[in-house]
Design a protein around this ligand. Structure first.
Ligand SMILES: [Zn+2]
Ligand SMILES: [Zn+2]
Length: 239
C-alpha cells in the first residue's frame, strides 16, 4: 500500500522498483552493468588480453600485488550508480556496491594477508562541501564482509587536485604528485602490512598509485586496489 502511494524509484535510472528489488538500485540496472569479463589477469584483474602484455599490469607499481574492479566505466548505468554514491551519498547504495565487491575473487595471499581497507581521501574542502567521502562509505560497507578494519585516517589529501577528467595520463600523474601524506602516527600500524586501497573508480591509476607510494614510504609492504568502476584502456576499446 505504501509502495503504491510512494513508489520507490531506482537511485540510478529513476524507474519504479519491482517488488523483487530490495536495495536502492533496481534489478534491471544491475543486469545492465557491464561487468569485467573472465578470464582475468590474476594480478590486475583486467580481462586477459588475447596477446601482448597486460594493459592493467602496466599501470601498477611493483609493490601493488593485485587490483580488482566490478564493472567498466564510463557507461550509462554504472556511471549513474557511481553518481548516486558520489553526489547523493546514499549509504544504501554503498552497501549494494560493497556486496558485489565482496564477491570478487583474489589471489590466495591477498585473502590471507589483507590487514585493513584504506579509502582514498577527498580534499578537505570537497569532503566538507559534500559531507562525506564516497570511497570511505564504500570502504566502511566492504570491511565487515572481509572482517578487516577501516583505516580512514591513515592517509590525508593535503592538496586539492581538481577534476582529472580532462587530463592526459601524464598530466594526471603530475596533478596528484605530492597530494597525499600518511599520518606519521600510523607508521607502526602500517609496518610490513598488506593494505587494500578503496576508491569508486580506477582510471589511469594515478590517484591510487600516489596513495600506494605514500603508504609504501610509510612502511606498508604491499598494497592492493579495489574499485567499483574501471576505465577501459585504448587496448580494450580497439578490441
Ligand atoms: Zn534502475
Ligand atoms: Zn594484468
Amino acid at each position: 500500500m505504501l509502495q503504491f502511494i510512494f513508489p520507490r524509484a531506482c537511485a540510478a535510472c529513476d524507474g519504479a522498483m519491482d517488488d523483487a528489488d530490495h536495495g536502492m538500485v533496481c534489478g534491471r540496472c544491475w543486469a545492465r552493468v557491464p561487468r569485467l569479463r573472465h578470464p582475468q589477469c590474476a594480478r590486475c584483474g583486467h580481462p586477459t588480453p588475447a596477446r601482448g602484455s597486460c594493459p592493467g599490469c602496466a599501470l601498477l607499481p611493483p609493490y601493488v600485488r593485485a587490483a580488482r574492479s566490478y564493472c567498466w566505466v564510463p557507461d550509462e548505468t554504472s556511471s549513474a550508480i557511481i553518481s548516486a554514491l558520489k553526489y547523493e551519498g546514499w549509504p544504501g547504495v554503498a552497501a549494494e556496491l560493497a556486496q558485489r565487491l565482496a564477491r570478487l575473487s583474489w589471489p590466495e595471499d591477498v585473502l590471507r594477508e589483507r590487514a585493513a581497507v584504506v579509502p582514498v581521501p577527498l580534499a578537505p574542502t570537497k569532503a566538507r562541501a559534500r559531507g562525506f567521502n564516497q570511497a570511505e562509505r564504500l570502504a566502511s560497507a566492504l570491511a565487515p564482509h572481509w572482517a578487516v578494519p577501516v583505516w580512514s585516517d591513515v592517509l590525508r589529501r593535503v592538496r586539492a587536485t581538481g577534476t582529472q577528467t580532462r587530463l592526459t595520463p601524464g598530466e594526471r600523474l603530475a596533478n596528484v604528485h605530492g597530494a597525499f601524506i600518511a599520518d606519521a602516527e600510523f607508521a607502526p600500524k602500517l609496518r610490513g602490512r598488506h593494505v587494500i586501497l578503496v576508491d569508486d573508480v580506477l582510471t589511469t591509476g594515478a590517484t591510487l598509485n600516489a596513495c600506494a607510494s605514500v603508504l609504501f614510504a610509510a612502511g606498508a609492504r604491499t598494497m592492493s586496489y579495489v574499485t567499483f568502476g574501471r576505465a577501459r584502456s585504448t587496448h580494450d576499446i580497439q578490441r
